[in-house]
Design a protein around this ligand. Structure first.
Ligand code: RB5
Length: 148
């Protein structure tokens, strides 16, 4: 199950991504927003991050105007590794090396074709483990250092 959410500035791209998910047989949970009325991106970054964090969804996709604000927000949730990607190479590396469990996209930065290609690559690429696992563990150590 994929959790997906956007703010108003990412809403139109979210509709394109939902079309891709439907056409390719992916199950998803759309956590909003539902139109282009102005909302606050942290609310949707949090909703998707919590759905992944609590195990309800294996992965998440978040979209705002640039992808920056919503990825910063999602990355505040312990255990979330949200990767803002602007091309398929970044999407591939974010899975292979960083085990990113949330993909962030910017509607005002990407055309729908490039964005859909990023999603396709990201969903199909697996984590390589090995030396990369040690580095992911160090990210978790940073979280533990600051969680009281
Ligand atoms: C909304 O205007 C915009 O600030 C938001 O979608 C995002 O780009 C923030 O990082």
């Amino acid at each position: 199950m994929i959790a997906i959410g956007s703010d108003h500035a990412g809403y139109s791209l979210k509709i394109e991504i939902l079309k891709y998910l439907d056409e390719n047989g992916y199950k998803y949970k759309d956590l909003g927003t539902c139109d282009t009325k102005s909302v606050d991106y942290p609310d949707f970054g949090l909703a998707v991050a919590e759905a992944v964090r609590n195990g309800e969804c294996e992965r998440g996709i978040i979209i705002c105007g640039t992808g920056i604000g919503i990825s910063i927000s999602a990355n505040k949730v312990p255990g979330i590794r949200a990767a803002l990607c602007t091309d398929s190479y970044m999407a591939k590396m974010s899975r292979q090396h960083n085990d990113a469990n949330v993909l962030a996209l910017g509607e005002r930065v990407l055309g729908p074709g490039v964005a859909t290609d990023i999603v396709d690559t990201w969903l199909k690429t697996e984590f390589l483990g090995g030396r990369h696992k040690n580095r992911i563990d160090k990210i978790s150590d940073i979280e533990r250092k600051y969680i009281k």
